[in-house]
Design a binder for this molecule. Structure first.
Ligand SMILES: NC(=O)c1ccc[n+]([C@@H]2O[C@H](COP(=O)([O-])OP(=O)(O)OC[C@H]3O[C@@H](n4cnc5c(N)ncnc54)[C@H](OP(=O)(O)O)[C@@H]3O)[C@@H](O)[C@H]2O)c1
Length: 296
């Protein structure tokens, strides 16, 4: 199905953007059906440029995947206006341009829209209650997209991303394994480590499945702590996981508060006729073996 559809990928040089391009290629999408714009060719906060880019690249029934975002979570605390421009104004402009052309929009969002105090997985309609500036800007982006494009959006919340084309916790742990005898990693934050390649394939699949407009949770199944993820990375690299010691968030304070519990409910995929994404551990094994995610 994706052969006839045209796609516009914004933020195309980011970690997810590059994997979305690769997923489209693997799905057999012809190169001339895909427009990939990075920040140097489209700043999504520029209204006229966004309108022109969407008009040229896509039309009715086509799709924009917005992979552009401000993702520096800690920096957003001191630069919230700039983060807001990228994470809220940009998606609003894209959604408005899509509404004018009849195109649909995939808008990635984040577990940081929740406060992290839950003890069971967050359903898609749980109330947003962000505790960080980054989270606030991403919630604003979600609401702008819903308001501008009520029947033509897919908001896909994801979390704990790692991939071949960007810095990530997985890559950092692989580097520290080579550099240090022990690493201390927090054991009191829980989430769903997600490979950008799996997420990119899910985005293409949901569009091809003509999934109903709405909000989805695009995270791997299962759950672990950052400590559990680090230990798994060590083990996959043939290192002793006991070299990963536990610490707590209280001993590792950062400018933006991290949600303690970031597990998102994945049951919503059945309305798109799709199964939840695979288990984080299975994905990580493949990613470390073949996906270039450790940088070594
Ligand atoms: N990474 C995670 O763990 C994680 C977790 C949950 C949700 N998400 C969400 O997943 C999505 C993809 O994240 P990612 O990890 O792929 O991010 P990323 O690697 O940081 O990519 C984002 C891209 O957007 C570009 N960009 C920033 N501002 C822009 C603007 N005004 N106009 C055009 N491009 C702009 C960046 O360019 P520069 O590099 O030049 O700034 C970068 O290439 C984002 O929506 C993010 O909020 C990520």
């Amino acid at each position: 199905m994706s052969e006839k559809r045209r796609w516009l990928i914004t933020g195309a040089r980011g970690m997810l953007g590059r994997d979305v391009l690769a997923a489209l290629h693997r799905a057999g999408t012809p190169d001339d059906a895909v427009t990939a714009l990075d920040r140097s060719t489209l700043d999504i906060t520029d209204p006229a440029a966004v309108q022109a880019a969407v008009e040229v690249a896509v039309g009715s029934a086509d799709v924009v995947v917005n992979c552009a975002a401000w993702t520096a979570v800690d920096d957003a605390e001191s630069q919230e206006a700039a983060a807001f421009a990228a994470n809220a104004v940009g998606p609003q402009l894209l959604a408005r341009a899509c509404a004018a052309t009849g195109a649909r929009l995939v808008q990635p969002s984040t577990d940081y829209v929740f406060d992290g105090t839950a003890t069971t997985p967050y359903p898609v309609d749980a109330p947003a209650a962000p505790r960080s500036a980054y989270g606030r800007t991403k919630v604003a982006g979600e609401w702008a997209v819903r308001a501008e494009l009520p029947h033509g959006h897919w908001i896909v919340r994801t979390a704990w991303l790692y991939g071949e084309h960007g810095p990530s916790f997985v890559r950092t742990m692989a580097r520290l394994e080579a550099e240090r005898e022990y690493v201390d990693v927090v054991d009191d934050q829980h989430g769903q480590p997600t490979w950008t390649r799996d997420l990119a394939e899910r985005i293409v699949a949901m569009v091809d499945a003509d999934a109903p407009a709405g909000t989805y949770h695009g995270c791997a199944s299962g759950r672990t702590s950052w400590h559990g993820l680090a230990a798994e990375v060590f083990e996959l690299l043939g290192a002793d996981p006991a070299r990963v010691r536990t610490t707590t968030s209280a001993a590792f304070v950062r400018p933006a508060p991290r949600p303690a519990y970031s597990v998102l409910d994945l049951s919503g995929w059945d309305k798109a006729g799709l199964a939840p994404m695979r288990d984080w551990r299975e994905a990580l094994h493949e990613a470390v073996r073949t996906g270039g995610v450790t940088g070594r």
